[in-house]
Design a binder for this molecule. Sequence first.
Ligand code: ADP
Length: 382
Amino acid sequence: MNSYLDQKIGVLGGGQLGKMLAQAASPMGIQLYILDKDKNFPAGQVAPHFTEGNFNDYDDVMAFGADKDIITIEIEAVNTDALVELEKMGKKVYPQPSIVSLIKDKGTQKLFYRNHHLPTSPFDLYDQWEDIITDVENGTLIYPFVQKARSGGYDGRGVQVVKGPEDLKVLLQVPSLVEDLVDIDREISVIVARSSNGEISSFPVVDMEFHPTANLVEFLYSPSKSPIDFQNQATRIAEKLVSELEIVGLLAVELFLDANGQILINEVAPRPHNSGHHTIEANVTSQYQQHLRAITGLPLGSTRSNLAAVMVNVLGEDGYTGRAHYQNIEDCLKMEGVYIHLYGKEMTKPFRKMGHITIVSDSLDRAIEKAKIVKNTLKVIT
Ligand code: ADP
């Protein structure tokens, strides 16, 4: 076996990230196999091979992995015991199961940053959520602070700001990470790839703007408008993290630039990420192709931006639950440089990620103007 073309690659997860991985794999001639519960999930619509099963179930993952050469993920919430076992059998499991386990838990993530002298906001870990209240009462924990579920949270679910006694009544009743509330000036992201031969390459820094209530990315801007020395510093921090983790594959690193000009790591994801969707149209190599290059040991591609880009998440409109209807989508398709990605999810609900739109242009300002029009035009209703 001497070519990547001979390798069977299995992906745990068949959501939109799996779909876009499959779309990148096809022109490279890669044989991609997806595991998820239902062939009607987004990746099932484009992947040539789809196995129905539960990526959280030990036996399902073992059965799926048995005839694969490389196994990767598009979601962290997978059965890592099975991945450890597959790794022991000599399969290439990228990202490595130990890293997936470390990242799944926001507490161990933060401990890794602290132990490796990587900048992050001050924090404490609580096995018993009730101890948070005790610490507030005895004055060792002071408002405001942020409580995060150590595991299981995503897209802002499992994160809450605790400003005063009222908020103590609605604490998440789970093992928690408690950290200082950062005075955020800017949220940025750097996606770094590390290949199985140790080569490292980063995508240009992007700015993320969050939805005020839904707590998930609403707009993404590439290139970032932050000062170039901050961008370079953030990239150095992200690359240091990647080399210390020795991860193979992509690591998306979300960082805060705080009001004092400090850069802090917020959290990471060991897979393609929402903050890299625009690379499909705007960069020489997409994050999806880069991930496939990294895990197969191919040379990493150029990450250079060809065009400025804004990415808008297409979210289910608040107040609508049911079969999705994309109102005014034709008006968006009329506009030059507007690329629509619908994930093929049949049902919408408030703020569900139904797709994304990338708007490319020679100038970021022009892309922003169009993105505002797109945002106000396309609505996902029922
Ligand atoms: P998720 O895993 O759900 O994406 P995050 O840990 O990234 O959760 O938090 C979601 C958002 O909440 C962040 O993007 C940021 O806007 C805000 N946030 C998270 N941690 C802090 C903090 N320590 N201080 C201020 N805001 C925060």
